[in-house]
Design a protein around this ligand. Structure first.
Ligand SMILES: Nc1ncnc2c1ncn2[C@@H]1O[C@H](COP(=O)(O)OP(=O)(O)OP(=O)(O)O)[C@@H](O)[C@H]1O
Ligand SMILES: Cc1ncc(CO)c(N)n1
Length: 276
């Protein structure tokens, strides 16, 4: 009997009680894209659409044991990291990625939540660059994260290209600098995510949706890319499908909560089904 192996993805990230970002967004996205999802939690956050009301990091061994448990038993085709919170977790997780020989590694270098809460301690940025980036296939910073990682103040697309080159030189084969925080995209109505593959730049453009419901967009985007990699897509295909996934999720938002609401994780599948 021939058996079809189910694609498997792991997220190493923080829990968002509001369900729009973090582990919850990642698992929903994996499921929507037909990928078996697993998680290693780094911290419990108390969140809703109004902001982050508490952060409770787990002992770093607890995160490492979760990674070990799933890696040694169920197996992992692709993984992503989100909120890692401190340098100790980054070092342990990096060691495990090396030990298991995982190559499809997407690093979303989560630092600050939209309301300003710290999801990565400032002294952990160096560990991210030194330990985790050399193991990453793709890194997906937003503009403020790209600035913090490189010290480059990003005003223009040329600044962004310079930051992408700098991040690429730290090890990741592909860098996507997301454009959600680009002031110009508000007036132009176009958002550009910049992809750099170490040789060439590609502008991934999309219509900017006028909405406040963008909680967890970065998590959802990187989770969709990870799911597509787990299914065997090439990196450019995975990123392009990830962009379509987040665009649908933002366009069909759920209007939940009193603040910045979550995106709609099933909008992309609904659209795909309509095409059938
Ligand atoms: N208003 C919008 N309309 C369309 N696409 C958007 C919008 N805001 C963000 N995006 C897209 O969502 C993805 C995430 O971008 P963004 O720069 O917001 O990430 P982020 O700041 O890391 O998100 P978060 O911290 O909320 O998880 C990118 O692909 C970006 O182009
Ligand atoms: C747990 C968690 N991870 C990442 C983000 C960034 O959106 C968030 N708000 N919460």
């Amino acid at each position: 009997m021939t058996s079809i192996r189910i694609p498997r993805a792991l997220t190493i990230a923080g829990s968002d009680s509001g369900g729009g970002a973090g582990i919850q967004a990642d698992l929903k996205t994996f499921q929507e894209l037909g990928v078996y999802g697993m998680s290693a939690i780094t911290a419990i956050t108390v969140q809703n659409t109004l902001g982050v009301h508490g952060v409770y990091p787990l002992p770093q061994e607890a995160t490492a044991q979760q990674v070990e448990a799933v890696g040694s038993d169920l197996g992992v085709d692709a993984l992503k990291t989100g909120m890692l919170f401190h340098a100790g977790i980054i070092r342990l997780v990096s060691e495990q990625i090396r030990k298991f020989g995982w190559e499809k590694v997407v690093v979303d270098p989560v630092m600050i939540a939209k309301g300003g809460a710290e999801l990565l301690q400032p002294d952990a940025v160096q560990a991210l660059k030194d330990d985790l980036f050399p193991l990453a296939l793709i890194v997906t910073p937003n503009i403020p994260e790209a600035e913090a990682l490189t010290g480059i103040s990003i005003r223009t697309m040329e600044d962004r290209r310079e930051a992408a080159r700098h991040i690429n030189s730290l090890g990741p084969k592909f860098v996507v600098i997301k454009g959600g925080h680009d002031e110009e995209s508000v007036s132009s109505g176009q958002i550009i995510d910049l992809l750099f593959d170490g040789a060439a730049f590609t502008d991934l453009g999309s219509k900017r949706v006028q909405t406040i419901h963008t909680h967890g967009t970065g998590c959802t985007f990187s989770a969709a890319i990870t799911a597509e990699l787990a299914k065997g897509m090439s990196v450019p295909e995975a990123i392009s499908n990830g962009k379509a996934f987040i665009q649908a999720a933002i366009e069909e938002s759920l209007q939940l909560g009193q603040g910045h609401g979550p995106t709609n994780h099933w909008a992309y599948r609904r659209r795909q089904e309509m095409l059938l």
